[in-house]
Every structure is written in structure tokens, then in C-alpha cells.
Design a protein around this ligand. Structure first.
Ligand code: NAP
Length: 253
């Protein structure tokens, strides 16, 4: 339950090993959150992350199994999480997979796996989650979209399309839930130096997971529907979005 000042007291991270998800949980704990639930495919691997959150001040850190691809398990997973003590004030949907575009173009099964996790898995858990949050009448769902969803680019349109689908779904979900007291915050990071991008050449305006967490916490506090990390990628993407296609095709992006 949010405290008397509206601060988040409890947070659920879907994709609990995500660098961005963990940085956000850390930031929320530093600001007063006391209960954290890390939900991941391999919850036993999260002992160090849980210890770090406890050291930062969390009084309860639970780790539990969650697989975005196992759609049929999502309602029971949420039943288990929401039957715990108190409400869930914030949910961070942080799971996702980056695709190898060259492999994706040659392997439809691989491409469908990317779409399955990033879009279908998210929708599968978001629909019953939305009902739970609406029943509470408060809270925030943070969804990690990407600038890659802003405009299809030849270098990453498989990943980009999975994020575009997720982004549009969550814009509508946010409109549905706002009158019921629930915020949906869609966050569109550019390049983030995390496990996901390890070994890749950093793109311009690259940020750390902690900087994304800062954008998330600020967006939660202000009630914003959308956040950009760093904020200036909003203007870069706006320019790219409006570039005529013949010019856009000449860009090596
Ligand atoms: N890094 C970037 O440049 C960037 C930019 C824009 C948006 N994003 C988005 O931000 C989110 C967080 O990314 P990150 O940078 O924090 O990367 P990360 O550290 O690699 O985290 C991604 C997490 O997703 C989990 N995951 C993958 N498939 C899953 C599944 N089927 N079920 C449950 N969990 C699953 C992974 O868990 P395992 O340990 O089990 O593999 C991993 O913990 C992702 O949605 C990503 O697409 C990232």
C-alpha cells in the first residue's frame, strides 16, 4: 500500500534479473519501498540481487518463478503474488529479449520466439494484472518499451515491431486504467548499457540502467503516461519519425 505521502511501499519486478528492473527496485527501496518481489525464470540466481535490496533497506525481498512464455501459468502466478500481505503499489514489466536481426530474417521460428516473449508474453500477463490493479484502485504499471518501436528500421525491425505492439497495447491500457486510479507508464529507452547489450557498440546517447531507473521513478511521481531515457531521445526519435522514407532509407540505422 502506498504510504501517507503516496510513496511506493511494494514493488513487483517481472523479469526480476533485468538490470533496469533491479536498478528501478533499488531506487524505489531508497525512496521508501519495503517489499520487493523479483519474478524470474531462474529465481535461485537472484540471491545477490535480493541481498543488495535488503542492504538498501527492503524488509522483505521474495524471489519467485515467472516465465513470460508460459502464458497458461500467468493467472495462477498473479493469484499467488496478490494473495500476499498488502497491495502491490508498482509493477515493473522488465523482461524482454533483443533479437539478432540477421538470424531473425532467416529463421521464422526464432522471430516468432522474440514476438512471443516481448509482445504476447507481456499481453498475457498484463491483461489479468490490469484487473488486479483496477480492483485495488491504485498503483502503477511500468512497461519497458523502446525507441526501437518508434519507427521500423532495417537493422532491428523484428525487435522494434515487438516493442511497437507492446507500446500501442499499453497506451490503450493506460487510457483504460487511468479513470480507475491506476497509472500505466510506458518507458522508451535508447541504448542502455545492460546485460542485454553486452558486447555491442554503444549507440549515441547511451545510458546506464540507473539513469533509466531515474526516468521511471520521476515518471511514476509525476503520473506521466510516457517516459524517454534519456529524455532527449524523444526529440531525436521525433525527427527520425518524420523523415520522408526515401531519406530515411539512406541512413545506416
Ligand atoms: N538494454 C537496452 O538497450 C534496452 C533498450 C530499450 C529497451 N530495453 C528493454 O528494457 C527491458 C529490460 O532490459 P535490460 O536492459 O534490463 O536487459 P536484461 O538485463 O538483459 O534483462 C532482461 C531480462 O528479461 C528476462 N527474460 C527474458 N525472457 C524471459 C522470459 N521468457 N520470461 C521471463 N523473463 C525473461 C531475462 O531473464 P533471464 O536471466 O532468465 O534470461 C532478463 O533478466 C527489456 O524489455 C528490454 O527490451 C532495453
Amino acid at each position: 500500500m502506498n504510504d501517507a505521502f503516496g510513496s511506493v511501499r511494494s514493488v513487483l519486478v517481472l523479469g526480476g534479473g533485468s538490470d533496469i528492473g533491479l536498478a528501478t527496485a533499488q531506487r524505489l527501496v531508497q525512496r521508501g519501498a519495503r517489499r520487493v518481489i523479483l519474478a524470474a525464470r531462474k529465481p535461485d540466481d537472484l540471491a545477490d540481487a535480493a541481498a543488495s535490496l535488503r542492504a538498501s533497506g527492503a524488509s522483505s525481498v521474495e524471489t519467485t518463478a515467472f516465465d513470460a512464455d508460459a502464458f497458461q501459468t500467468h493467472p495462477a502466478f498473479l493469484e499467488q503474488v496478490f494473495s500476499g500481505p498488502g497491495d502491490i503499489d508498482a509493477v515493473v514489466l522488465a523482461f524482454g529479449v533483443l533479437s539478432d536481426q540477421v538470424r531473425a530474417e532467416a529463421d521464422a521460428h526464432y522471430t516468432l520466439d522474440i514476438l512471443r516473449t516481448n509482445f504476447l508474453g507481456a499481453v498475457s500477463v498484463l491483461l489479468p494484472l490490469a484487473d488486479r490493479m483496477a480492483a485495488q484502485g491504485h498503483g502503477c504499471i511500468v512497461v519497458l518499451s523502446s525507441v526501437a518501436g518508434e519507427r521500423g528500421r532495417r537493422s532491428n525491425y523484428v525487435y522494434g515491431s515487438s516493442k511497437a505492439g507492446l507500446d500501442v497495447f499499453c497506451q490503450g491500457l493506460g487510457d483504460r486504467l487511468a479513470p480507475l486510479g491506476v497509472q500505466v507508464l510506458v518507458v522508451r529507452p535508447g541504448f542502455v548499457r545492460s546485460k542485454m547489450t553486452k558486447g555491442l557498440k554503444a549507440a549515441p546517447f547511451a545510458v546506464s540502467p540507473e539513469e533509466v531507473a531515474g526516468v521511471i521513478v520521476a515518471g511514476m511521481a509525476s503520473g506521466a503516461p510516457v517516459g524517454w531515457a534519456p529524455p532527449r531521445v524523444r526529440w531525436v526519435m521525433s525527427a527520425l519519425r518524420h523523415l520522408p522514407r526515401p531519406l530515411f532509407r539512406r541512413l545506416e540505422i
